[in-house]
Write a protein that binds this ligand. Structure first.
Ligand code: PLP
Length: 406
């Protein structure tokens, strides 16, 4: 008898859907395509020599080397958690190591928080647009999405207030250099967001994946830093997700959740049940690499990405026709394009791949309500400056032509 997979697979797993544009974007990997579609760091910036030294030093050390190949505790290595606590403290967020759980990337943090806090029908507030990977993690729990509109300073406070007043108690927000728009919240908006959440007893999941990649001016304190807990490890409105993926290397798969202890205690039990712990050797290597390389390596990354961002913005300023607008991010990896309303960005992608040899991600996938069909995400992270400029010039020419056709 044939297996009836559709009957066998539970509804939660059936809620996962493959992205329709994934096949289209496979073409983006061809060398003739200039790809602004990726969401990954520039591999030429990975510090290979330093990793070589870190791995060799570790294996030359009989005690540390053997320990790094052994099982370890579910919370994560204490020394790594302490490093994270110290790093958080340096940016104004005072927490203890019992507030930290090491996860397999921030993505596992999102998945675990979804399993901790969501269930079918429960509301979760998300930005419009938001990080697609977060919605993929949340959707497995079949929540009800409540999208909040964004302005130049962050989420519209009245929208957030209305969402909480209607019963939502969880919001997923990315205040720094958001994926996909590159936008950041102002300090005033951060304070207002925290205040509204507190008034309603809501929890904020703060995604800080890009927060170290700031290119201009002053760094604004995170929601976690603004959420003063007065040393009480059980208190707090904010759960923050962090990662080494954008600052060291994503393949390490080292991220963390910083949360009040009642949440961490549950998450540790889930971690035990799920995969015991994150790879010991990867945690050890991440710790040694962070101690050795930071902050100088972060400055190197900032200089490299700032220059790519400037190249892309200059090309957009020079070539994009009237009617196309875009964000001017102060950090991160993304610029968000808003096209004239008569241009559908999915249809544009097909033409862009075939004719302009340029790839980007159509914006619709980032909206919980599937709006935004005339928006697009551009990443400046991986291409070389000459290719960024030439690619934007070709994309702009295509947009001008398509716009004039209607
Ligand atoms: C906003 C955001 N959060 C989380 C992640 C997940 O990162 P990782 O699991 O590699 O730490 C990403 C990856 O691109 C991201 O863009």
């Amino acid at each position: 008898m044939t297996i009836q997979w559709n009957d066998l697979i539970v509804r939660d797993a059936r809620a996962l859907t493959a992205s329709e544009i994934r096949d289209l974007l496979k073409v983006a990997e061809r060398p003739e395509i200039t790809s602004f579609a990726g969401g990954v760091p520039d591999p030429s910036l990975f510090p290979l020599g330093d990793f070589n030294d870190v791995y060799r030093d570790l294996m030359d050390d009989d005690v540390a080397g053997r320990r790094s190949l052994q099982y370890s505790i579910s919370e994560g290595l204490p020394a790594l958690r302490q490093w994270i606590v110290d790093d958080l403290a340096s940016s104004g967020a005072v927490r203890g190591i019992d507030n930290i759980l090491i996860t397999c990337g921030a993505q596992q943090g999102l998945d675990m928080l979804a399993r901790l806090l969501l269930e079918p029908g429960r509301e979760i507030v998300v930005e419009k647009p938001t990080y697609l990977g977060a919605m993929q993690a949340f959707s497995m729990r079949r929540p009800t999405y409540v999208g909040v509109n964004m302005d130049a300073d962050g989420p519209v406070v009245a929208d957030l207030d209305a969402a909480f007043a209607a019963g939502a108690r969880i919001a997923y927000l990315a205040p720094d250099f958001q994926n996909p728009t590159g936008r950041s919240y102002s300090l005033e908006r951060r304070l207002a967001v925290l205040e509204v959440a507190r008034q309603h007893g809501a929890v904020i999941l703060e995604d800080a994946a890009y927060s170290k990649l700031s290119y201009d001016g002053e760094v604004i304190p995170s929601l976690l830093a603004l959420d003063e807990t007065h040393g009480d490890q059980n208190a707090g409105t904010v759960i923050q997700l962090g990662t080494f993926s954008k600052t060291l290397a994503p393949a390490l798969r080292i991220g963390w959740v910083c949360a009040p202890r009642p949440a961490i205690e549950r998450l540790v039990l889930m971690k035990q049940a799920g995969d015991l712990h994150v790879s010991t050797i990867n945690q050890e290597v991440a710790l040694r690499a962070a101690r050795r390389l930071f902050p100088a390596h972060i400055d190197t990354l900032r200089d490299a990405y700032r220059s790519k961002r400037d190249t892309m913005l200059a090309a957009l300023d020079e070539f994009m026709p009237d009617g196309v607008t875009y964000t001017r991010p102060e950090g991160g990896m993304f610029i968000w394009l808003t096209l004239p309303e008569n241009i559908d960005s999915r249809a544009l992608l097909e033409l862009a791949l075939a004719e302009a040899k340029v790839a980007f991600v159509p914006g619709q996938a980032f909206f919980c309500d599937h709006s935004g069909c005339h928006t697009a995400r551009l990443s400046f992270a991986t291409e070389k400056p000459e290719r960024i400029r030439a690619g934007i010039e070709r994309l702009a020419a295509l947009i001008r032509r398509v716009h004039n056709q209607y």
